[in-house]
Design a protein around this ligand. Structure first.
Ligand code: CTP
Ligand SMILES: C[C@](O)(CO)[C@H](O)COP(=O)(O)O
Length: 230
C-alpha cells in the first residue's frame, strides 16, 4: 500500500481577479503552485505527486519544474469543477495506483502546507478504515444571514471545523464516491460522507489556508518567510 498526492490545479482564480490563474502568481520568486508541489515532493512517504491542470492551461509550460521532475507528473485533465478535476485525475492514474493506495488530494492554492502537517495526517490515518482530512476548529462566532444581510441566527460552533486539504482517502473508494456524487460536492470528504462514511478530522492550523483573495498572497508570503523558505 502506497501514498500518492493529487493536486487539483485547473481553477481560474476568479475571486483573486486578474488574468493569470492564482496558482501561477509569483510567490517568493516562484509560481505559487511550485511551493505546494515542492512540499508534497519533500514528503518521503509520498511515492509520487500528480498535478491536474486545465487542458488549455497556457501557464504551466512557461515555468521550470525540473527540480521536482522525478517525483511529479502533470495531467492535463482539468474539469469544470474541482470535484471533476479530482475525479478526472483519479481516473487518469488508475493504471498506476492500486485501489487500496492512499490518495492525498491537496488544493494547489494551499501553498503554505508544511511537510510536518502532511506527515501528521498520514500518521493519524494510515490504519484508518475510512480516511480523513486536515481541519481547524472554527474560531469565530458564525452568523446565518437573511435578506438585506441581516442576521437570522447565530450558529452554534462548538462542533464546527473548517475543512482543509490534504484530504486522504483510498483511490478505489474515493473515485467511486466522486463518480456517484454530483459535481457540486466541494471536497473529497463530502463525497465519502454521501456514501454514509465518517471521515476523521486531523487538527491542523490556520497557516494551511487556501489562497483565495488578493490579500492572501501577502499572508502566504509572510508565512513562508517565517519558515525561512528560500
Ligand atoms: N475546475 C476546477 C476548479 C478548481 N480547481 C482547483 O481546486 C483548488 C481549490 O479551488 P479554489 O480555491 O476555488 O480555486 P479556483 O476555482 O481557481 O478559485 P475561484 O473559485 O476563485 O475561481 C484550486 O487549487 C483550484 O485550482 C480545479 O482543479 N478545477
Ligand atoms: C477543498 C476545500 O479547500 C476544503 O475547504 C474547499 O472546499 C475548496 O473550495 P473551493 O471553493 O473549491 O475553493
Amino acid at each position: 500500500m502506497s501514498y500518492y498526492a493529487l493536486v487539483p490545479a485547473a481553477g481560474s482564480g476568479a475571486r483573486m481577479g486578474g488574468e493569470v490563474p492564482k496558482q501561477y502568481l509569483p510567490l517568493l520568486g516562484r509560481p505559487l503552485i511550485h511551493h505546494t508541489l515542492a512540499t508534497l515532493c519533500a514528503v518521503p512517504a509520498i511515492a509520487h505527486v500528480f498535478v491536474v491542470i486545465a487542458a488549455d492551461d497556457g501557464e504551466w509550460d512557461r515555468h521550470d519544474w525540473s527540480a521536482l521532475a522525478p517525483r511529479l507528473t502533470v495531467l492535463r485533465q482539468g474539469g469544470a469543477t474541482r470535484a471533476g478535476s479530482v475525479a478526472n485525475g483519479l481516473r487518469a492514474v488508475a493504471g498506476r495506483v492500486a485501489a487500496e493506495d492512499w490518495m492525498l488530494v491537496h488544493d494547489a492554492a494551499r501553498a503554505c502546507l508544511a511537510v510536518s502537517q502532511v506527515e501528521a495526517l498520514i500518521r493519524e490515518l494510515a490504519d484508518d478504515p475510512v480516511g480523513g482530512l486536515l481541519a481547524v476548529p472554527v474560531a469565530d462566532t458564525l452568523k446565518r444571514v437573511g435578506d438585506g444581510k441581516r442576521v437570522v441566527a447565530t450558529v452554534p460552533r462548538d462542533q464546527l471545523w473548517q475543512a482543509q486539504t490534504p484530504q486522504m482517502f483510498r483511490h478505489g473508494p474515493l473515485l467511486q464516491a466522486l463518480e456517484q456524487c454530483p459535481d457540486a460536492v466541494t471536497d473529497e470528504a463530502g463525497a465519502m460522507e454521501a456514501l454514509g462514511l465518517a471521515p476523521k478530522l486531523v487538527a491542523a492550523d490556520a497557516t494551511n489556508f487556501k489562497v483565495t483573495y488578493p490579500f492572501d498572497l501577502q499572508l502566504a508570503e509572510w508565512i513562508l518567510r517565517s519558515r525561512s523558505v528560500p
